[in-house]
Structures are given as structure tokens and as C-alpha cells.
Design a protein around this ligand. Structure first.
Ligand code: G6P
Length: 608
């Protein structure tokens, strides 16, 4: 977790760093700070709390330094206080920012204490600053000192370093946590994510595992883990700057919900030709891998896990091969039984989620191949997988995932069709489903028209403390995702159950204070679901039913319905997700919570 940004320029960089931190707040917002090389000294400013607190401090104390590093923190070691805020310093001349975890910080700390270093924080980061200072004393260059210090660190981390004696240098190291170099003209940058640097550049180099970088005004030197000078390719950022701004929307989450028609378009782009899917889009070896796939194992966390659960219904019914789905934090520590005809699919918006990445690393040698379905092209997950399919949803800023989820569903349905081809799925069925996918942007547009009635429905939830979501079949994971959204951003306790499980426990909770949300398309499970809803009504529970046209559930006392347009049965999970996203959004707005940055959560969970 945590976000890093750094700059070396001829102009003052404080505002560039601050804007970078604002764009990285999705990675954590417990404290913020920066260190600037200024006239032979280091100026450090830090504040507990959100980046705005640091902005207020900067307004009082404007800074002119032209080289600097900055950090927004998601606390792991030590409380979210100012003393634990980054940058951390060794003496008055060396400052370090850090994202990730230094696992062996305790023995290093003891060693450094015996060398006379004093520790002012509870963080693991401070050992890096002192270790670097200690190494520098042997007379090596700053770059060599960083390389030697990093070699002694265990864990997963990204680092940014400045030193008052070398004010023209900005150093960076990457081992296990993301870091990009932003290429400017007469100025250069580093950041945890390209998004942070879009106001100053759209050209980036992705640091590889073990790389150390030394940036000056006109030069970027990258050394690999062997210490050899290497060239990393420069890539152009694709989505344009607008993606990082809220536009006329009140929150990023709402903007991202409303972006979904174009996101559906983007995820399909370049993958369809003449009504059929192009398997090269999955990677050069994709055809050979898919030929040998007889099982699928999906691993993911959070919202991405729910996408995986939906895909299981698709894969088992259309491809006819077994598909298991598991949360990464459990999977990685279990004695899993895998066969060499298994395709491992990891799902992740960020591609940096620690548990998902660890699960991939744990089992990739024991499966046929790994496929990452991911939204961030340069991410660790993508780079370490055999095959990858980008979801192309564009940057997602709201902590609660929306467009990333629906784009994953499209990517998963396309993957299902590609696998199905080998197991007898007819060309006709593929073409029919591809047609339905191509009609998705319009479908989503029509679903967004439900925004006003959903906002009205949300009023019934603002005073509630609990909610129960029900669904059957592939709509059960949709109910789970609906419950997750509601609890994440409105802090209402919400649970999801397969509707058939209602009378095995949760029915005991149902009374007039427990709203029950049913995801009930007009499909062959509807009659079963209706009986479950009768059980709720009989106990005085208030029902909110999202359903399709042509069925017989009507609005009446205690029952509110919202009717969705007719959709292809396989696309029901996608369609029914939309109004549930809107529902949680409007409930959160009514409750006045921090919609885009809900308490205690972070967008990208790069620690276990
Ligand atoms: C965090 C985010 C969720 C996300 C999950 C998995 O918990 O708040 O929105 O679903 O991580 O992240 P990933 O990037 O792997 O999809």
C-alpha cells in the first residue's frame, strides 16, 4: 500500500508532488509528507491525515526546492501519526519514502542501533534511511549505496531517495511493489502509478523487479538486479488525462459507474473480428495453452473474487470443464491439489494485490499456464503471468470497484467462449454471444436510466443498519457484490445469501428493520426465488426486488420493484450489477459518508 511520487526538475516541485499524492490517495490516506532538496538542505513537511492536511501546511510554508520525494501512507508498522509519516530521514541530509514491507527490519534496526543510529519512528522504513547512510560512509556513490542497501532488505517494497549532498539526483528502487519512471523534458519523475504523473508527462518506463534507478534532469539510468545498466522501453500512456478527473460528477464512483458503456466498448476492442473472438489477444501462446486446458482455477480478492464466482457458472455450463474459484488469501496457504492441465486465472483490477500475486507465484510451476485478467498493463501480475488479457477499464479511482468489475466480467465471458470453442461450443453460439456482448454498451446506457428510481429507492435504506441480499445461480455472486458495495461505502452491515439458504438461518433475522434486496431476473429460477420472497414477506420483511419484464412480482405494501430491460440470460449478472452499484452509491450519499475513500479501506492492497 502507500503511494510514492518524486521529481527532479529546474522548477519548484512541491505542487507537482502534491498533485501526485492527491492522485495516489487511493493507495492509502493515513498521513502525507514530502522532502525537498533546497539550497544545500533538506526541507521536510509532514502531517497526519489526508493529503489536504499537507496541502494546508504547504500553503503556510511555500517551498521552492526543485528535487523532492513525497508519500501518502497506509499504516502497517506504527500508528498513523506525524512521527510515523514519511519521508523518514537519517540525520538531516538523507530522506526516504517507501511503499511495502521490510520483513527483516528488526535485526537491521538492532544492528543500526549498535552503530549509534537513533530511531524516531515505529516504522520499518526508517531502517532503510539509516542503512543507506551507514553504507554511504564507506565512500561509495549514492546509487551503489542504494544497491548495496537494497540487497540487505527482505520483503516487498518500492523506494524513493533524495540526499542534500546530491541535490541533482533522485533515486528509486523496486522489489515487489510497483514503481514507474515518468520521462519528462529536462525533468524526470517517479511514482507508484502513472496516474500520479499525468499532469507532467504521458511517457513512462516500467521498472522491473530488482531495478535501481538514478534520475537527473536529463538522464535516466536504470540498473538491473545484477547492477548492469539496462534500457527499459518508454511507453505512452493510453487513456488520456481526463480519466483522472471527476468531470461534472460529484464523486469518482458515480463517474466510473457512468463510464461503463464506453468501458464495455474498450474491453471488446481489438478482440473481435467478423463476429468471432481473436485468441491472439490472450497472448502468443494462447492457442496452445487453451488446446490443453481441461480445468480452470480462478484466484482473486474482493470484488475481483465475485467476478470469478460468476465466471464459474459460465465456464461449467458453456465449456463443460470443472472450474474452481477461491479467495487468494486462503488459496495461497492451502495444500491445493492442481493438475498439469489446469489453467490458472488470476483476476485483479490493480495487478498488485499481494495475496493474488503470492498465489500466482506459489502455484505457477504446478499448472499448465497462468492467465492474468487485469486492468493495469505494467503490473506485476501481468508481467509474471504466461498470458494476459487487459480489461482496459481506464484508471479506477473510487475505492469501491465498479467499472473494473464489469470489465472483468466481459473479459471472463470472452475467455469462456475461447475455451468453449475447443470443447464443442458451436460457432453459431459464439457468434450469438459475441453479438450480445457487442450490444452491451447500449444495454448499459439503458440501465443507467434507472439512476433516478434507484436514488428514490435508496431513501428507504438511509436509516437502516442491516440489509440482506438474495440471489440464485449466477445472480448469487451478484448479490454478494451488491452487499459488498453497500457495506464498503455506506457502512451498513450487509450480507448476501443464496436465496435457497434463507430458511437455514438468515430468515431468523428478518423483520421490518431488515430490508431484503432480491436479484430476481425473469429466468428459470424465478419461481423458486419467489417462494423465498414469500417467506420474507410472511415475516414482515421489506422487499426490494430487481427483476425483469414480463414477470408477476408487483409493487405493493412492503414490496418495491424495479424492472430491468430484457437481457440475454448469460448477461444477467452484468446487467443486474448496475442498479446495485447505483443503490449503494445513493445510500452512501444520503448517509454522508466518504464515497470515494471509505474509512479503513484502500484501493490497492499490496500487503498481506
Ligand atoms: C481492495 C479494493 C477492492 C478490490 C480488492 C482486490 O480491497 O478495495 O475494490 O476488489 O482490493 O483488488 P484487485 O486490484 O486485485 O482487483
Amino acid at each position: 500500500m502507500c503511494g510514492i511520487v518524486g521529481a527532479v526538475a529546474t522548477r519548484p516541485v512541491a505542487e507537482i508532488l502534491l498533485e501526485g499524492l492527491r492522485r495516489l490517495e487511493y493507495r492509502g490516506y493515513d498521513s502525507a509528507g514530502m522532502a525537498l532538496c533546497d539550497q544545500g538542505d533538506i526541507k521536510r513537511l509532514r502531517r497526519a491525515g489526508k493529503v489536504q492536511a499537507l496541502a494546508d501546511l504547504l500553503a503556510e510554508q511555500p517551498q521552492t526546492g526543485t528535487t523532492g520525494i513525497a508519500h501518502t501512507r497506509w499504516a502497517t508498522h506504527g500508528k498513523p501519526t506525524e512521527a510515523n509519516a514519511h519521508p523518514h530521514m537519517s540525520g538531516a541530509r538523507l530522506a526516504v519514502v517507501h511503499n511495502g514491507i521490510i520483513e527483516n527490519y528488526e535485526p537491521l534496526r538492532e544492528m543500526l542501533k549498535t552503530e549509534g543510529y537513533r530511531f524516531d519512528s515505529d516504522t520499518d522504513t526508517e531502517v532503510v534511511a539509516h542503512l543507506l547512510d551507514h553504507t554511504l560512509k564507506s565512500g561509495v556513490s549514492l546509487t551503489d549505496a542504494l544497491r548495496q542497501s537494497v540487497a540487505r532488505l527482505e520483503g516487498a517494497f518500492a523506494l524513493g531517495v533524495v540526499h542534500a549532498d546530491f541535490p541533482e539526483q533522485l533515486l528509486a528502487a523496486r522489489k515487489g511493489s510497483p514503481l514507474v519512471v515518468g520521462v519528462g523534458i529536462g525533468e524526470n519523475f517517479i511514482a507508484s502509478d502513472q496516474l500520479a504523473l499525468l499532469p507532467v508527462t504521458d511517457r513512462f518506463m516500467f521498472m522491473e523487479e530488482g531495478d535501481i534507478a538514478c534520475l537527473t534532469l536529463n538522464q535516466i539510468q536504470i540498473f538491473d538486479r545484477q547492477g548492469s545498466l539496462v534500457q527499459r522501453p518508454v511507453t505512452q500512456f493510453e487513456h488520456g488525462q481526463a480519466a483522472a478527473d471527476k468531470g461534472h460528477f460529484k464523486h469518482f464512483m458515480l463517474k466510473e459507474i457512468f463510464e461503463q458503456p464506453e468501458v464495455m466498448q474498450r474491453v471488446l476492442e481489438g478482440r473481435i473480428s467478423n463476429g468471432h473472438l481473436l485468441e491472439q489477444a490472450w497472448g502468443v501462446n494462447a492457442a496452445a495453452v487453451f488446446d490443453q486446458t481441461n480445468r480452470v482455477q480462478i484466484v482473486a480478492c474482493g470484488t475481483s473474487y465475485h467476478a470469478g464466482m460468476i465466471a464459474r457458472y459460465w465456464i461449467e455450463s458453456l465449456v463443460g470443464i470443472p472450474c474452481n474459484v477461491e479467495v487468494a488469501s486462503e488459496f495461497r496457504y492451502r495444500d491445493v491439489v492442481l493438475s498439469d492441465d489446469t489453467l490458472l486465472i488470476t483476476l485483479s483490477q490493480s495487478g498488485e494485490t499481494a495475496d493474488t500475486l503470492a498465489a500466482l507465484r506459489e502455484v505457477k510451476q504446478r499448472v499448465l499456464a497462468s492467465l492474468a485478467i487485469c486492468n493495469v498493463p505494467g503490473s506485476s501480475l501481468v508481467r509474471e503471468s504466461d498470458l494476459a488479457l487487459m480489461t482496459n477499464a481506464g484508471p479506477e479511482i473510487g475505492v469501491a470497484s465498479t467499472k473494473a468489475f464489469t470489465s472483468q466480467l466481459v473479459a471472463l465471458l470472452m475467455t469462456t467462449l475461447i475455451l468453449g470453442r475447443r470443447k464443442g461450443l458451436s460457432t453459431e453460439t459464439e457468434q450469438q454471444l459475441v453479438g450480445a456482448l457487442q450490444a452491451l454498451p447500449e444495454l448499459i446506457e439503458s440501465l443507467l436510466e434507472l439512476n433516478d428510481p434507484v436514488a428514490k429507492m435508496a431513501e428507504a435504506f438511509a436509516e437502516k443498519h442491516h440489509a440482506l441480499f438474495l440471489g440464485r445461480g449466477s445472480l448469487y455472486p451478484v448479490a454478494m457484490e451488491g452487499a459488498l458495495k453497500l457495506k464498503e461505502i455506506s457502512y451498513i452491515h450487509a450480507e448476501a445469501y443464496p436465496a435457497g439458504e434463507l430458511k437455514h438461518g438468515p430468515l431468523a433475522l428478518v423483520d421490518k428493520d431488515m430490508p431484503v434486496i432480491a436479484v430476481a431476473p425473469n429466468n428459470d429460477m424465478l419461481d423458486k426465488l419467489k417462494s423465498n420472497l414469500q417467506e420474507v414477506r410472511a415475516r414482515g420483511g421489506e422487499l426490494f426486488v430487481f427483476t425483469g419484464c414480463g414477470q408477476s412480482i408487483r409493487d405493493e405494501e412492503g414490496v418495491s420493484t424495479l424492472t430491468l430491460p430484457a437481457v440475454h440470460p448469460l448477461l444477467e449478472p452484468l446487467a443486474y450489477t448496475l442498479p446495485l452499484q447505483l443503490l449503494s452509491y445513493h445510500v452512501a450519499v444520503l448517509k454522508g459518508t466518504d464515497v470515494d475513500q471509505p474509512r479503513n479501506l484502500a484501493k490497492s492492497v499490496t500487503v498481506e
